[in-house]
Design a protein. Structure first.
Length: 417
C-alpha cells in the first residue's frame, strides 16, 4: 500500500455486522491484513452498542440476521445516527431486498462469497466517497455560515436592501426593507417573488407612482451603478434609490437595490438653502428701504438691459436727496432715516414694478427704467409732484426735495459710463 492508503486504513474504524461468526472472523482477519481497525458483532443491538463506542466510519453488514431488526434496518439507523457509510455483503439479490437496500444509500453491495480484492476495492472506493461527502458537507457548512453571517449583517443594515437574480426573482429583502415601505409581510415571504410585482407594490406607496415607474425602468437598464435618485412616498418621506447591476464573469447575474430614508437630510438641505437664499437676498436688498442695494442693482441691471424691448428706451435715473445732512443735524439720524424711506416710497409710486429701483448709498438712489423717449422728461415732474404732496400733508418737521438726472442707455455701453 502507498503512504496515503496506509494512513487512511490506520485511522479507519470498520464495524462488521455478521450473524455467521466464522464469516465475521474471516472478514476481521482480512481487514486487519489491510490495516483497518475492525470490530465484529452479531446482532442489531450489539451493532448499536459498539457504534456508540467507536463511531465507525464504515459498516460491512449482511442483509438478514437474527434479532428484532434486520441488516437493512440496522444500516439505516447507523447512517442516520452516526453517519456511518454502509457496504452490504450478502448472498441476497432479489429485487425486493435490493429496493429496500437502496433506501440506506449504501456505498457498495457485494455478493457473497466476495474476494479480499473485491472487499478492499469496495472499502477504498467507499472511503474516497466518504471523504468527498465530508468535504462537501464542510463546504456547505462554511457556505451556510457565510450566508447566515451575511443575512445577519443585512438584517442590521439600516438601508432597505432588495436582491434579485438575473430572471428578476427576488432572492432576499432585509427587515429594513419591510419597515421603510410599511410591508407587514415577513422578509422571507418575498423570496421567489417576481421583482416586477414587488416594484408595483413599492410604486403604490409613492406620491407619484408614474414618476417612480419611469425612474425604476430607466435605472434598471443602466449598465453602471446608479446612486442618489430621490423619490417621495405618499406619507411625505423622501427616499433615495441606489441600483447596482451584478455580473458573474462578465454575464449579468442579478441586481442589488437599496433605499435610504433621506427625509431629515432633505429637510436640513432645504433649510440651508433657505438660509443661503435669505442671506443672498439680504446682500441684494437695502435694509433701510427694502429697495435693491447697490450690489443688487448692478447684478440685476445686466439682466434688465438684456430683456428690454427695442421699441422702448432704457433710461438710467440718478436721484439725490437734498439737504439730508441738515435733517440729520437738526432732527437726528432716525428722522433722516425716515426721510430716506419716504423718498424710497415716492420712487416706488413714480416708477413701475418692472423698473429697477435701488438705494446706492446714504442719500443716493438709482433707477433703471424702460419707457418711451417722450416720457423721460415727465418723470422728474411726477416725482417732485409726489414730494410736494407729501410735504403738504405729512406734517413732518422737514421738507423733502431731490435732484434728478437722467441718461439714455446706448447699446453696448457700460452701465457705469
Amino acid at each position: 500500500s502507498g503512504d496515503r492508503e496506509v494512513s487512511t486504513a490506520a485511522s479507519t474504524h470498520i464495524l462488521v455486522v455478521e450473524n455467521d461468526r466464522a464469516a465475521a472472523a474471516d472478514l476481521q482477519r482480512q481487514l486487519r491484513e489491510l490495516g483497518f481497525h475492525s470490530c465484529a458483532v452479531a446482532s442489531a443491538a450489539e451493532a448499536m452498542t459498539r457504534a456508540r463506542e467507536l463511531t465507525p466510519d464504515l459498516a460491512l453488514t449482511d442483509v438478514r440476521f437474527d434479532g428484532t431488526a434486520d441488516g437493512i434496518e440496522t444500516a439505516l439507523e447507523l447512517r442516520e445516527k452516526f453517519g456511518t457509510g454502509i457496504i452490504f455483503l450478502t448472498a441476497h439479490t432479489d429485487d425486493a431486498t435490493l429496493e429496500r437496500a437502496r433506501q440506506t444509500e449504501p456505498y457498495g453491495y457485494l455478493i457473497k462469497p466476495a474476494s479480499p480484492t473485491a472487499v478492499r476495492a469496495a472499502i477504498e472506493i467507499s472511503l474516497d466517497r466518504r471523504a468527498q461527502e465530508a468535504a462537501l458537507r464542510a463546504s456547505e457548512s462554511a457556505l451556510l455560515q457565510k450566508i447566515t453571517h451575511l443575512s445577519c449583517a443585512l438584517g442590521h443594515v439600516p438601508l432597505a436592501v432588495q436582491l434579485e437574480d438575473a430572471n428578476r426573482r427576488v432572492l432576499h429583502v432585509n427587515p429594513a426593507f419591510c419597515a421603510v415601505f410599511g410591508f407587514e409581510d415577513a422578509p422571507a415571504s418575498f423570496c421567489g417573488l417576481d421583482a416586477a410585482s414587488l416594484a408595483g407594490r413599492i410604486q403604490s406607496r409613492c406620491l407619484s407612482p408614474h414618476v417612480f415607474s419611469l425612474i425604476s425602468d430607466s435605472v434598471r437598464h443602466a449598465p453602471e451603478p446608479v446612486t442618489g435618485v430621490p423619490f417621495t412616498l405618499r406619507d411625505g418621506r423622501v427616499l433615495e434609490l441606489e441600483h447596482i447591476p451584478i455580473f458573474d464573469q462578465g454575464r449579468p447575474s442579478g441586481r442589488l437595490w437599496t433605499f435610504q430614508d433621506v427625509t431629515e437630510r432633505e429637510r436640513q438641505r432645504l433649510e440651508l438653502e433657505q438660509v443661503a437664499d435669505g442671506r443672498q437676498r439680504a446682500l441684494l436688498t437695502d435694509e433701510l428701504t427694502g429697495l435693491n442695494s447697490r450690489r443688487g442693482f448692478f447684478q440685476l441691471a445686466a439682466t434688465h438691459l438684456k430683456l428690454h424691448r427695442r421699441k422702448q428706451t432704457a433710461v438710467l435715473f440718478f436721484v439725490d436727496v437734498n439737504d439730508l445732512k441738515e435733517i440729520n443735524d437738526r432732527h437726528g439720524h432716525s428722522t433722516g432715516d425716515e426721510a430716506i424711506r419716504e423718498v424710497a416710497n415716492c420712487l416706488r409710486a413714480t416708477f413701475r414694478t418692472t423698473d429697477l429701483v435701488a438705494r446706492l448709498s446714504g442719500d443716493e438712489f438709482a433707477v433703471l427704467a424702460m419707457m418711451a423717449r417722450e416720457q423721460i422728461g415727465q418723470v422728474a415732474g411726477q416725482l417732485n409732484s409726489r414730494l410736494e404732496t407729501f410735504n403738504s400733508t405729512a406734517g413732518r418737521p422737514y421738507r423733502l426735495a431731490v435732484s434728478v438726472g437722467g441718461a439714455e442707455y446706448r447699446e453696448g455701453e457700460p452701465l457705469d459710463a
